[in-house]
Design a protein around this ligand. Structure first.
Ligand code: GLN
Length: 242
């Protein structure tokens, strides 16, 4: 099948409430990298009280302030079972910071409020006094070096043995204690990296796209793109001080 007939539906969760430090750029990166290869994309912007679309090929959710997380909580919990099933079925998923936390079991904020999550990842998050802010460099077996930017009070801890996205080389990552960043589960990635992460780390963008196409159309190998600019962005952000 040629690419002109291929199309992917990207679910963007709460683009208004959960969108910090360039998170929307992740959607643009997915759209562009598909477009350059002749693959059509439709982005479904999910806002509270909407219905999820029938077809979902990629799930993306960004970060948000504690107040934003609190606002979406009730609506989000209603989506929980459906989103959980999609991840269990292998739908490629990227959730950043605020929604990474809420794809876990709960986030207990510094004020003591417990914002419940949907337990896709068996992790918990506890608000800390000092915010963890700055550039991050991670080394991952699947994607090599990953760069990004973090800004969170929450410290995320695994409740069971899970695979992190990678090892922290610069920055705090999940909790500033165990030198691990993010989580990898099935075809899902949870991470603290804003920046946004996908334009600077095209290997992760292509993993999401290739996995989505393979699930939908059978084994797919993506054509290579010229990533010189992306590589420069990658290099310059990994050489920045914390
Ligand atoms: N409000 C959460 C925290 O501070 C998430 C922040 C974010 O998404 N950047 O930990």
């Amino acid at each position: 099948m040629n690419n002109a007939k291929k199309s992917l539906t990207i679910l963007h969760l709460y683009p208004r409430e959960m969108n910090l430090y360039g998170d929307h750029g992740n959607i643009l990166a997915l759209q562009k990298r598909c477009h350059w290869r002749g693959i059509k994309t439709t982005v479904f912007e999910y806002e509270p009280q909407k219905k999820l679309p029938k077809e979902i090929d990629i799930i993306f959710g960004g970060g948000g302030q504690d107040s934003g997380q609190s606002v979406i909580q009730d609506d989000f919990l209603k989506l929980g079972e459906k989103l959980k099933k999609l991840v269990e079925d292998g739908v490629p998923t990227l959730v950043v910071c605020g929604l990474y936390q809420l794809f876990g079991n709960f986030f207990k904020t510094l004020d003591g409020e417990i914002i419940k999550g949907i337990s896709v990842f068996n992790v918990k998050t506890l608000g800390g006094n000092e915010r963890l802010i700055g550039n991050v460099v991670v080394e991952s077996s699947q994607f090599g070096k990953i760069v990004g930017y973090e800004n969170h009070s929450g410290r995320t801890f695994f409740e069971v043995d899970l695979q992190p996205l990678g090892d922290v080389k610069k920055g705090a990552g999940n909790n500033g204690e165990d030198f691990e960043e993010g989580v990898r589960y099935k075809n899902a990635i949870g991470t603290y990296l804003h920046g946004p992460i996908l334009p600077k780390n095209p290997k992760i963008a292509d993993f999401l796209i290739e996995t989505a196409l393979t699930r939908k159309y059978g084994m797919t190998k993506l054509s290579k793109l010229n990533d010189d600019l992306e590589k420069q962005a990658h290099l310059s952000s990994s050489s920045r001080p914390r």
